[in-house]
Design a binder for this molecule. Structure first.
Ligand code: ADP
Length: 220
């Protein structure tokens, strides 16, 4: 289905999560229709998003008037008000929107959203809590886990690889990790090669098993 809204995203609920998401989309040139029933929030964001409307997203006729059914991508960013989240998600799914995303604040909430047919359920607080646990334990500068047990970490290099070519420090056999990229202070990241010599104040990105990335970061 091709419409005028092919590349645009409708974001419903402009609380902390929805607002950050909507602003990030706009920042990277995606058109966003933001919807919230709170007049103050709508006022604050007018001018920052492509369109912002004050409306109750649990009403089908209201959503249709806003042409929400013509979008291919929609995000339900309502957390606390479970009823509003569920009613809104149910309408978006019934419209046949290709990709419906919704945030869940609990496992039960997420289960209901999935049962309704929401395509992507995200758990921002739960996931961020887990992510910060890895940062706290592993002393990493940044961290992302993909599938279970595979991660990428941004970290400072441990002493035993400093001053050596990556090709000579055998990080893959000794730590089970691949060095993906490396960054000198004040410069951007570049891809790591076997000839890259690691310096003490470099930042590196490694990829591998979750525990391995943590252990490696703890060595510094
Ligand atoms: P966060 O934790 O990200 O701030 P909240 O659940 O607190 O998330 O915020 C959800 C937002 O969704 C609020 O701004 C609220 O006004 C809005 N909202 C809740 N119910 C509706 C609804 N039926 N229609 C439109 N917006 C709604």
């Amino acid at each position: 289905r091709r419409t005028d809204h092919d590349d645009s995203v409708v974001v419903i609920g402009l609380g902390r999560f929805g607002r950050a998401l909507a602003l990030e989309l706009v920042d990277e040139d995606t058109e966003v229709l933001g919807i919230d029933e709170n007049a103050e929030l709508v006022q604050q964001l007018s001018g920052s998003l492509t369109h912002v409307v004050r409306a109750d997203s649990t009403k089908e006729d209201v959503l249709r008037q806003l042409a929400v059914h013509e979008f291919n991508r929609a995000v339900v960013a309502i957390g606390t008000d479970l009823e509003a989240s569920i009613l809104t998600a149910s309408l978006l799914v019934s419209f046949g929107i290709q990709d419906v995303w919704a945030k869940a604040i609990s496992e039960a909430h997420g289960r209901i959203l999935t049962q309704l047919g929401v395509h992507h359920v995200v758990y921002p607080e739960h996931d961020m809590g887990q992510r910060v646990a890895h940062l706290v334990r592993g002393r990493m500068l940044d961290y992302i886990e993909f599938e279970d047990d595979f991660a990428m970490a941004k970290t400072n290099p441990p002493a035993d690889v400093i001053g050596k070519r990556l090709g000579d420090s055998a990080i893959r056999t000794r730590y089970g990790l691949t060095v993906v990229a490396i960054k000198r202070p004040g410069e951007g990241f570049t891809y790591a090669t076997a000839d890259t010599v690691v310096q003490a104040d470099d930042t590196i990105i490694v990829a591998g098993r979750t525990r391995q990335t943590e252990r490696f970061s703890e060595l510094q």
